[in-house]
Design a protein around this ligand. Structure first.
Ligand code: NZQ
Ligand code: ZN
Length: 381
């Protein structure tokens, strides 16, 4: 086992009605909130009503930034930060899925400064402080509610980049499974796939860590068992709850202790697909994972086969790849670009190759060479 430090300061509130606590927590942290929203779902699913009623009751004023898009852009982050700065916001509240939460994390460190959030992401500036952040999560997928990462797209540079800093942890996160009942089938499936993918990134990380392996497998098993049930019964709050907690656990740090790192190669590939075609995050991963596994079958057959043995009672790396692909398909996720109605021309393949180079696509444990990029692109078609 590798040495490690565990530090997760997020206070997580889970259960029906928890969004109603936001006002009293906000009151302890500030008096003027920047409330960030996506493109309308929070107004329909009840989250907005619950949070604003709670803020009013606690005497917390707010200003709203609406319109954060899925695969959030730098433009949204900088726009929200400018609004917060202009109105003297001293705390940030995110209301939505991972895209809103990630944008709010970056806005929270950008409001106190006078430059773009990208200067943090490209490493040219270091954040000195963050406004306190409350995150009301309405979609089970990313785990952003309990981690210190944000992923933002720069449309000008055609880059989608992850950024991690301890200042990005939310102070409080609120997970009410009832607020996720309205998530449509496609994003419900993408969320299940994303949580499985986070576990796979850990499984294929570097270093031997038996307990982290077992925790990782348990989270995947939760998704394999309850994911298909949820797809069949999307209104079932109990199933929503199981998947929501699994998504949080898949990326809150508990699957990595003892390893040197997770891998993150497939996420890097997926981010390029999203930057290039604006593919939803979970779908980008279900397209990329089978291709990556096929590429790795000759390189790490033992590790892939061990996963298949544990999860499906299978023997062999190829069978494992097929079983995971079948699972993604069974819950309604695409496993090729073709299934997303994307048929890349030779020119587009070359451009995607360029995006992968610019984004320096690589795995931390399993390195990817530029030759691999071409093989991956062909397999993903
Ligand atoms: O924009 P609105 O109207 O809010 O609609 C959203 C959006 O269209 C909708 N939605 C959210 N909650 C809903 C709902 N619709 C109905 N009912 C509800 N309760 O769902 C759509 C997708 O939302 P989005 O926030 O984009 O999805 P997700 O939570 O999957 O977040 C994806 C983003 O997170 C990043 C991804 O790269 C992507 O940009 N990630 C963040 C990570 C992190 N911070 O740790 C790690 C992940 O690997 C991932 O990279
Ligand atoms: Zn992910």
């Amino acid at each position: 086992m590798e040495p490690f430090v565990i530090h997760n300061p997020v206070k997580l509130h889970f259960g029906p009605g928890v969004a109603g606590k936001t006002g009293s927590h906000a009151r302890q942290l500030g008096n003027k909130a920047l409330l960030m929203l996506g493109r309308g779902s929070a107004l329909k699913n009840g989250a907005y009503g619950q949070v604003t009623a709670s803020l009013k009751e606690s005497g917390v004023d707010w200003v709203e930034y609406r319109g954060i898009k899925s695969n959030p852009t730098l433009e949204g982050v900088d726009g929200a930060a400018a609004l917060g700065r202009e109105h003297g916001a001293n705390l940030v509240i995110a209301l939505g899925g991972g895209s809103v939460v990630d944008s709010a994390k970056m806005a929270a460190i950008t409001i106190p400064v006078d430059h773009s959030a990208w200067e943090f992401m490209d490493g040219s500036q270091k954040p000195g402080r963050a406004l306190p952040l409350l995150a009301v999560v309405t979609l089970a997928a990313t785990g952003s509610e309990m981690n210190h990462y944000a992923v933002i797209q720069n449309d000008v540079l055609k880059m989608k980049k992850g950024y991690g800093h301890p200042l990005l942890f939310p102070r409080h996160s609120y997970l009410d499974p009832l607020l996720t009942v309205s998530v449509p089938p496609d994003y419900t499936a993408f969320g299940i796939a994303d949580l499985v993918a986070h576990c796979l990134e850990a499984w294929f990380g570097e270093g031997e860590a038996s307990l982290s392996d077992r925790l990782t497998l348990s989270i995947i098993r939760e998704a394999l068992e309850y994911g298909p049930q949820l797809m069949a019964h999307p209104e079932d709050a109990g199933l929503r709850a199981r998947i929501m907690y699994a998504a949080t656990c898949a990326l809150n740090g508990m699957t990595v202790p003892g390893r040197k790192s997770a891998d993150w190669g497939v996420h890097a590939i997926g981010h390029c697909l999203s930057a290039f075609w604006d593919i939803p995050h979970g779908a980008s991963l279900t397209v990329a994972y089978p291709a990556w596994l096929e590429l790795q079958e000759e390189r790490i057959p033992g590790r892939i086969a061990a996963l298949g043995k544990e999860l499906f009672g299978l023997d062999g790396a190829g069978e494992t790849t097929r079983a995971l692909r079948d699972f993604f398909q069974a819950i309604g996720c695409p496993v090729s670009l073709h299934e997303l109605h994307i048929h890349p021309t030779k020119k587009e393949k070359e451009e995607l190759f360029g995006v992968m180079r610019r984004n320096k696509v690589d795995g931390l444990a399993h390195r990817l060479a530029q030759d691999d990029y071409r093989r991956l692109i062909d397999r993903m078609c």
